[in-house]
Design a protein around this ligand. Structure first.
Ligand code: FAD
Length: 473
């Protein structure tokens, strides 16, 4: 019998077997699959994964490897060197992957594609991580959108692709798996786990991997979707999906998510909750779109006048913010939730970010970097677009002069103070009326710090700083 032709399947941000476009394509073409993951720090440069992401990746790769019967080849280094070596060792005739969109990934993948094609290797890449390719949605004049709503409307015109049917080779395809002579590095050899044991609490909170993503999705449909539109702003409720790290690592396909929620929501009559949830997936698309069209997004303000903004250098205040010791309860609760769980509720992300860039006048780069290191869902597009949005310098951004008052925000979105009590236990004895502004209470515990800044005075200072750049182009 003729030996089947083999192909490398290069897993990247698609760490799953179900509804995986490139994997399905390779299998349907009859290739024997050699699955490989390559930890690529060198090409990523400053955007190499942060600590929380590395922990997640470790767990996710372990899960994927189990699903692959232990045949996942793990490597660390430059894919442009590793892939040709693996091809030489295995005799693979093709390489399949799903596209990634960070600027350094795009540049790297193009080089690899050109090189491998020059060696006579078939290379096929696919749309999978996004619903809409960034180059598919342009204004009538051919330029990219900078405003979300028309972008989203245009995206939705071409209804998102449906999930791939259950793989016709489902039961047989593992027989199409083959392995390299060189079994690759051991997972532990990738050195993804932190040296200090701060990740113990992450492990209590999350189940990385495809199964964990499916469980999270089902929980959201059963308990979170009803009321999502209104209660997604409540950090004390369970109405958001917490699927962001699973989406970032591709443990669930965006098509599966979109259509599962659409079907479940519509059959329950939850039209507005469903639409709102899908529009949040639209924001994810929009962030990736912005990063594609503006590759300097992680560092350069989209509104150039902000390059002259008079930021303050205040390492002590930055440290207090990072540690959740600002004396502003909702801010401290958010920053401690981040440290303990690797995730923070979206409403609270907006509040802590606004506090950093407006009340403390500290550059959004510092917040972006801290989030990059500590979020399990750290995502270059979502993180940089969101920081620019809060700082007022991004596309379709919140106007700079709209400055959140963290006390009012806390009272509105955590009215009983339950969220603050959970993460700032020093304040747990305070009543709902006092908990968001403990300095007004006679019962404030000595263990809790006084506010780092006066909210009114720091607001005035922020507006004055903005005046300095307002007229610049
Ligand atoms: C300062 C700041 C930094 C952020 N950094 C990140 C980041 O690094 N990674 C990240 O995934 N999100 C980031 N976000 C966006 C948002 O906070 C998270 O996506 C969301 O909180 C994840 O929780 P969830 O999965 O329960 O969201 P849900 O409400 O259940 O939404 C479902 C999915 O939609 C997407 N989504 C929701 N809101 C947004 C948004 N505003 N922008 C882009 N996509 C969105 C996410 O993929 C999310 O998983 C940031 C927001 C702010 C304000």
């Amino acid at each position: 019998m003729a030996k089947p032709i083999s192909a490398l399947f290069w897993f990247r941000q698609d760490l799953r077997l179900q509804d995986n476009t490139a994997l399905n394509a390779a299998l349907n073409k009859g290739y024997s699959i050699i699955p490989v993951y390559i930890l690529d720090h060198d090409n990523a440069g400053p955007w190499a994964m942060g600590g929380a992401s590395r922990w997640w990746l470790h767990e996710s790769l372990a899960s994927l490897n189990r699903a692959l019967g232990g045949r996942l080849i793990l490597k660390s280094g430059r894919p442009e060197k590793i892939l040709p070596t693996l091809i030489g060792q295995t005799g693979a005739k093709a390489v399949f992957w799903n596209r990634c969109y960070e600027p350094w990934q795009i540049a790297r993948d193009k080089t690899i594609k050109d090189d491998l094609k020059g060696r006579g290797i078939t290379v096929e890449s696919f749309k999978d991580f996004l619903l809409w390719e960034p180059w598919e949605i342009l204004k009538d004049d051919g330029t990219p959108y900078k405003v979300f709503t028309p972008f989203y409307r245009k995206g939705c015109l071409g209804s998102p692709l449906t999930p791939l049917p259950a793989d016709p080779l489902a039961h047989a395809w593992k027989q199409q798996l083959c392995t390299s002579q060189d079994g690759g590095d051991l997972l532990s050899g990738l050195g993804l786990l932190p040296k200090i044991n701060w990740h113990a609490t992450l492990a209590q909170t999350w189940q990385p991997g495809e199964t964990g993503a499916q469980i999270r999705l089902q929980e959201f449909i059963q308990r979170g979707l009803r009321g999502y539109k209104q209660d997604r702003n409540r950090p004390d409720f369970e109405n958001v999906s917490r699927l962001s790290p699973h989406l970032h690592f591709g443990e669930i396909s965006i098509r599966t998510l979109w259509h599962t929620v659409q079907n479940a929501g519509r059959s329950e009559g939850l039209e507005s909750d469903t639409d709102h949830f899908c529009s949040e997936l639209g924001w994810r698309e929009f962030s990736a779109y912005l990063l594609y069209h503006y590759p300097d997004l992680p560092r350069a303000p989209l509104q150039p006048r902000f390059a002259h903004f008079p930021w303050r250098d205040d390492p002590a205040a930055l440290r207090a913010w990072q540690k959740g010791q600002t004396g502003i309860p909702i801010v401290d609760a958010g920053m401690r939730q981040l440290w303990q769980t690797g995730w923070m509720h979206n409403r609270v992300r907006m509040i802590v970010a606004s506090f950093l860039v407006k009340n403390l006048l500290i550059h959004w780069h510092h917040g972006e970097d801290w989030f990059w290191d500590t979020l399990v869902d750290a995502d270059l597009a979502n993180n940089s677009a969101s920081w620019q949005w809060v700082a007022g310098c991004g596309a379709d951004a919140a106007p700079y002069f709209r400055i959140f008052n963290p006390v009012t925000q806390g009272e509105k979105f955590d009215p009983r103070g339950d969220y603050v009590r959970q993460y700032v236990p020093e304040l747990s004895a305070l009543s709902a009326d006092e908990i968001h502004a403990p300095w007004t209470s006679r019962h404030t515990p000595a263990a809790y710090p006084p506010p780092l800044v006066d909210l009114k005075a720091s607001r005035t200072r922020a507006l004055a700083a903005f005046e300095q750049i307002k007229k610049a182009a």
